[in-house]
Write a protein that binds this ligand. Structure first.
Ligand code: GLA
Length: 395
């Protein structure tokens, strides 16, 4: 992983080559990625999530322009070149490619009454693996919103920024995601996870004291496709299950139910697949609340057991894992010093998150890495997560 300090010089000289030096030294912003510890596919079901922001993320060098055009460039995707767009009335375009994420944010802010007075030249660089379930999309969306808010002095509060970034992904990009990723990226706090009630957006920070363990992220390195359609399908199945339950109980969201309440009325959902999807959403929400309680009582062992149960539910009831994620989780469960392991993020590909005793990390990486490569045909990657603050200006 390239360290950002080594990258800064390269970013600056590339920025100057592309955009010139007239604007003086560009401002530097950073935005984290996120890893969700537990509470998966609960956010859009009105449940709880427990993510944290991580030091891997996205950086941007930013200089104002005098006209109403912006030019964006990604050092991660140099072949895409400089992407230019108007600051007013921009619409989604395949030609914008990756830049639809930040452009969507400009548009959503404009629609919310925060029209930009001028454009910017922006160079992005990310050290977060793209499409790996660590929220590279939310990272760049929130980053763009924070840049505009800060540079143009809009004075929009953080939770509003988070909502606008989510709206860009929902309405401009077309991914019907919940609020978790943008919230974690925008509201993250060093060394803390966030317990967020997605029904009310009330939240609190929970200091992560892992008792000699670390959070290890393992990337399947599977390049995924069709994730958006499968994700949107799961969401629609849960909405349909909720409608069926509302005929027998006055609830607004699946996240309102205890496991026992759900079991008592589950037969009101005629479709058996939808019934399993809803069971996951309800059980996972209650599991998340129990897990946070356990962690706050220093019971990391119980927290790990609940992570494992979360994976099983995502595998069997929600069916969003797949052979690569299942192989990683099952291998992790067999290792000494692993307290818990599960898929994290939307699923299908991407990463697992594991709680591993510090002394056991080298053996964990070797054993899981070798066995995964032997079974799947290519190696996974490992990152020990450091928990970071939310998106901000650095200089
Ligand atoms: C993706 C979405 C989130 C959330 C997770 C699953 O990361 O962007 O809103 O639904 O999947 O928990």
């Amino acid at each position: 992983m390239q360290d950002i300090h080594d990258m800064y010089g390269r970013m600056l000289s590339r920025f100057q080559e592309l955009f010139g030096t007239d604007g003086g030294t560009p401002a530097l912003f950073r935005s984290p990625g996120r890893v969700n510890l537990i509470g998966e596919h609960t956010d859009y079901n009105g449940g709880h999530v427990f993510p944290c922001a991580i030091t891997l993320g996205t950086y941007a060098l930013v200089a104002p322009r005098t006209d109403n055009v912006s030019r964006l460039y990604s050092m991660n995707l140099p072949a895409k070149g400089v992407i230019e767009f108007p600051m007013h009335g921009a619409t989604r375009s395949d030609a914008y490619d990756w830049a639809n994420y930040p452009i969507g944010v400009v548009r959503m802010m404009e629609d919310a009454g925060h029209a930009a007075a001028h454009g910017f030249d922006i160079l992005f660089y990310g050290n977060l693996p793209n499409g790996a379930g660590l929220s590279s999309s939310a990272s760049i969306e929130v980053l763009m919103a924070v840049i505009l808010n800060d540079e143009l002095g809009f004075g929009i509060d953080r939770v509003e920024i988070v909502k606008l970034a989510q709206k860009a992904e929902n309405q401009f990009v077309g991914m019907n995601c919940g609020i978790m990723d943008q919230f974690a990226v925008g509201m993250g706090k060093k060394d803390c996870a966030i317990l967020l009630d997605c029904n009310t957006l009330s939240y609190r920070y929970s200091k992560l004291a892992l008792d000699g363990c670390s959070i290890v992220i393992t990337n399947t390195n599977k390049t995924h496709s069709l994730v958006t359609s499968a994700y949107n399908e799961r969401r629609a199945q849960c909405e349909s299950a909720l409608k069926a339950l509302q005929k027998v109980k006055p609830i607004k969201a699946l996240g309102e139910l205890t496991n026992a309440e759900f079991d008592a009325i589950a037969s009101a959902i005629p479709d058996l697949v939808e019934r399993r999807r809803a069971r996951h959403a309800v059980y996972e929400n209650n599991r998340t609340l129990e897990a946070v309680k356990a962690l706050e009582a220093n019971d990391v062992k119980r927290f790990g057991e609940l992570m494992n149960a979360s994976h099983v539910s995502l595998r069997d009831d929600y069916e969003v894992t797949g052979p690569e994620l299942d192989t990683l989780a099952e291998l992790a469960w067999q290792q000494d010093g692993v307290l818990g392991s599960r898929m994290t993020g939307g699923g299908f590909a991407g990463c697992t998150v594991s709680i591993v005793r510090d002394a056991a990390i080298p053996a964990f990486e070797k054993n899981v890495g070798d066995a995964y490569a032997a079974k799947i045909g290519y190696a996974p990657s490992f990152y020990v997560a450091n928990i970071a603050d939310g998106a901000c200006r650095l200089s």
